[in-house]
Design a protein around this ligand. Structure first.
Ligand SMILES: [Fe+2]
Length: 207
């Protein structure tokens, strides 16, 4: 819940705390990158969202409801973008962990092997989605009725608006890696998959 100020008629959306220290993902992702990415970009989406919905019928709704109510509506693009980016980033921080990577928990590993054949193929599909997303966006491991899939989305787009259940994500906006990797998106993506990806989050999210 986001009840920050009970004196206000409607609760504001809050920037959730990072699940680890800003330097905990170093050297794969530096504290400097996290400082800007979390402290400026993510905070900026939350603050802008709160400003845009103040006094509208969307004020006081959960983040998920704001996203659902604005998706695909041309006159609500700015609200959708900031709401979806708020959600996507909170999910991204949880998709990473210090000393991540390695083997997924067994229940997830079985589903990965059933859907992709092997963990290596799953990681390759995630890397391909992340590196071939043209411009800003996201790579996702999702669950659908017939198994796990890898999808990519542009800008603020999120699987939340479709039938897929997001299991984990990798942010491929340049602000996620440029200070550390400059134009080498593939190096960032492969390092994240090998050393930071939080398979535990994906396992928790399995339906
Ligand atoms: Fe980002």
């Amino acid at each position: 819940m986001t009840n920050i100020d009970v004196s206000e008629a409607a609760a504001l959306h809050a920037l959730p705390p990072l699940p680890y220290a800003e330097d905990a993902l170093d050297p794969v992702i530096s504290a400097r990158t996290i400082g800007f990415h979390y402290g400026k970009h993510h905070k900026g989406y939350v603050d802008t969202l709160n400003k845009l919905i103040a006094g509208t019928e969307l004020e006081g709704l959960s983040l998920e409801k704001v996203i659902a109510a604005t998706a695909g509506k041309a006159d609500k693009t700015a609200i959708f973008n900031n709401a979806a980016q708020t959600w996507n980033h909170s999910f991204y921080w949880r998709s990473l962990r210090p000393k991540g990577g390695g083997e997924p928990p067994q229940a997830l590993m079985q589903k990965i092997e059933a859907s992709f054949g092997s963990l290596e193929t799953c990681k390759k599909e995630l890397a391909t989605a992340a590196t071939t997303q043209f411009g800003s966006g996201w790579a996702w491991l999702v669950q659908e009725v017939d198994g796990l899939k890898v999808v990519k989305s542009g800008n603020a787009e999120t699987p939340l608006t479709g039938k897929s259940k997001p299991l984990l994500t990798i942010d491929v906006w340049e602000h996620a890696y440029y200070l550390d990797y400059q134009n080498r998106r593939a190096d960032y993506v492969n390092a994240v998959l090998d050393k930071l990806i939080n398979w535990g989050l994906a396992a928790e999210n399995l339906g």
